[in-house]
Write a protein of this length. Sequence first.
Length: 140
Amino acid sequence: MYFLLSTILWAEVPKKLPPSRERGEDLYRDLCWQCHGAKALGDGPLADKLHTKPPPLAGVIPKGKYRENIDIIQRGIGSMPAYEQLIDRHDSKRILQFLSGLDPKTGLGAPSEEKQKDSTDTKDEKKVVDTDKKRKKDSP
């Protein structure tokens, strides 16, 4: 009895789930890429073997249209199987969040907010430098 109680007390605490987008990417890699492709461009290794070609999903699902697409993931459509026995609606939304962040042409991830901020800062610095050069040029 003591062994069982001490084992329960020292059992490892479950870890938190990764951020939604990261979890969505993991789920996409586990469940979707075979048909929709590694970059979600509809060109997975099984795409040509299906009766209906899977659509490209990279960056084409508007953030406000998740509910309809969650239903498709959960219930399936056409050649796509239903995943409601494997993942819940929250995980379906995480997949959609991951897909929304991909570039529709390349299937590559959108730059992170930090990278976008860095590029904006660089542009602002360039404007200041250009303005300073113009002032020096215009001054007598």
